[in-house]
Design a protein around this ligand. Structure first.
Ligand code: SF4
Ligand SMILES: [Zn+2]
Length: 294
């Protein structure tokens, strides 16, 4: 362990208490039977959900919500990674199943190239119903509205628990807002944080940059690099020691002061105790979605 790592560990212990690392390492994985039960329950919640207008949108109606793509069956080996993107693609919507079409192929390949076995990856969307709009000839997929993402957050959290993973890759701004609505993707992309004290989370750009042709070559290369960094972290089993110690406010040059509940680093000027904490966000999630959470 070098000096920088030792200092990071000291900071983690100061901020999260002496049990922080032990708790993370001791997290008991579910048994296969527990995992199966949790996944079936999560699917039932998604399939029976009528919590937002996407459920019965007219003119390009969503026929049914798409349940998460578990890794790859319901009774897999222990999961490792969950990937969260904004909404099902039009190909997935037409096939009636997540994981069909080019977007997931690109993401899965990038993770597999990074050393993560595909059977350990679950794939989820911030809204389970596809947001569509009627065009003159056909229907087209549009980005999800904020209120639909808020309504579906309980489904996402339930599915993440059922996925039984340690790491979550958030692809794009919508996915990042499910974790922290107060932070911009540009400020958090490519860094490690914590989610609900359970998962190490890593925001990155949406993979649409991989389909933009030569005009997006630079963004595509950056996206590939960021997924490689995520994969390296997963393979190395990174934990709280990977948290950043540079104030999250862009352009801030003040020294690091403390992390908040989600491992977001702040300087003394920008850290406000009243900032969103895990508890206040959990309450908000409960207010805006059906059912109970956690
Ligand atoms: S909350 Fe999610 S699953 Fe429920 S209707 Fe809205 S998008 Fe569909
Ligand atoms: Zn600052």
């Amino acid at each position: 362990m070098d000096r920088r790592e030792r200092r990071a560990l000291e900071l983690v212990l100061e901020a999260f208490g002496p049990d922080a690392l032990v708790q993370r390492l001791d997290t008991r994985p579910m048994t296969p039977a527990e995992r199966l039960r949790a996944r079936l329950a999560a699917e039932a919640c998604v399939e029976g959900c009528t919590a937002c207008a996407l459920h019965a949108a007219r003119g390009g109606a969503c026929e049914r919500p798409l349940v998460p793509l578990w890794s790859p069956h319901r009774l897999p080996a222990e999961g490792r990674v969950a990937v969260l993107v904004d909404a099902p693609t039009i190909e997935e919507h037409r096939a009636g199943q997540l994981g069909r079409g080019p977007l997931w192929r690109v993401v899965r390949q990038a993770l597999t190239d990074g050393g993560i076995a595909p059977e350990r990856i679950s794939y989820l969307t911030t809204v389970a119903c596809t947001p569509l709009t009627q065009t003159r000839r056909d229907v087209a997929r549009v980005p999800p509205a904020r209120e639909h993402v808020d309504a579906c957050t309980a489904n996402v959290m339930r599915s993440l628990l059922a996925a039984d993973v340690q790491y979550v890759l958030l692809l794009g701004g919508h996915a990042t807002r499910v974790w922290r609505p107060d932070l911009r993707l540009a400020d958090v992309a490519g860094k490690w944080f914590v989610w609900e004290g359970k998962w190490m989370v890593f925001p990155a750009e949406h993979p649409r940059v991989m389909f933009g042709g030569r005009a997006h070559d630079k963004e595509a290369a950056e996206w590939g690099e960021s997924v490689r960094r995520f994969s390296r972290g997963v393979c190395d089993g990174v934990g709280l020691e990977a948290l950043s110690t540079t104030c999250i406010v862009s352009g801030c040059r003040e020294p690091f002061h403390a992390w908040d509940d989600d491992g977001v680093p702040w300087c003394a000027t920008h850290l406000r105790p009243a900032r969103l904490t895990r508890d206040s966000r959990k309450r908000k999630t409960l207010d805006t979605a059906q059912g109970t959470l956690l």
